[in-house]
Design a protein around this ligand. Sequence first.
Ligand SMILES: [Fe+2]
Length: 459
Amino acid sequence: MGVRQLIATMREFRARTLNLVADLDDQQMIGPRLAIVNPPLWEIGHVAWTQEFWVLRHLRKEKSLIDNGDRLYNSTDIAHDTRWELLLPRRDSTLRYMNEVLDRCVARLESSSELSADEFYFYWLTTFHEGMHAEALAYTRQTLGYPPPHFTKEAPESPIAGGARPGDVEIPGGKFMIGASEEFPFVFDNEKWLHAVQIKPFRIARTPVTNGEFLAFVEAGGYRNSQFWSTDGWDWLETGGAPELEKSFSKFFNKTIDEKSELASLSTRLDHPVYWRREANGRWIQRVFDQYFPLNENMPVVHVNWYEAEAYCNWAGRRLPTEAEWEVAASAEPGASGELSERRRYFPWGDEPPTPQHANLDWRNSGVVEVGAYQGGDSAFGCRQMIGDVWEWTSDEFQAYPGFTVDPYKEYSKPWFGTHKVLRGGCWATSSLLIRNTWRNFYTPDRRDVWAGFRTCAK
Ligand SMILES: [Fe+2]
């Protein structure tokens, strides 16, 4: 990851950020006040402010480019639900500020052939931060029923069919090392460091749970039967996100969506995943951005939260993998006599960085693909699509690894320990520069806006 690659990535990520909002009108750039989205106009300014804060101000000791940036864009200080009330600069001023920050950051790089350790860290920190916000902007476009981003409409680079691949693979137990090793050029604090875990033998599904499998749970009345739900899950189901969504939607909803019936399904008690709808003829359809498509039974179930995943598992007599089990299934190789070998792979298929043959990443295919696709990305034990397509919920709470110390960006991980659940593997809108087997993502268990599904283990 040299200076040239850094500059190219900074420019590519910025172009993507801008592309993600280029077609939005001024009203859409603010959008409704929801706990799970940010006003897009705030979010793009926040991305540039973060870059300015860490690279130009913290590292280069330069003065702030705008007077009130800290009072507008510091996500730690600006309470989430006040972000709609800020006197944000208009779009043209925001874009000028973003350009100015990027140009100054790149100008400093162009005069250097090598980066100090600090430069490397803060430049990549803010670049990856921007990449993660791009994914969040895609969630926002899905949540609010905006059209898909333009650049995802290009022809798929890889086959999207693939069918289903039911069944489990067996992973032997033993000691295994999980977490980031110091060979990784850039690591967030929550992934540090490599440490041993002891794993019992387990069986894990070849693929994430499909729409077809989840449909059986829905049609068996899974959402109406409290025995499958934890207390927290049942509480969420009874009082959950629906009313909040309902209040703010009507004003902003894209009119190509059948607004009334989506609102109706939101205001009544949920009995299926949030974007599913059963038509009068009994056929199921699913909203992707601003359009409905027939539910494809071989695609992974997405936009289900941790509680829904847990309830499905209870109904199916299965369980979610632990975070460590997930990482072992993705990284381990069988030894000569079937035991866990000590060798760890960076990716399920080996150590080679992701290509379009390995995984559905980098906004490819305009969304998720069937779970049997991407054979080239299989793990040594035969799990498919562990990287890419959909984030996968694990059973674990997000917690510090042994010996954790906080990095300079103090609010990245530590405030969220104990309240969030861990997800692994990345989704179709995740950058391939960012994801690997050891990467830990984390969301609260009620979040359905993420392209997240799950894989199950035998009990
Ligand atoms: Fe941020």
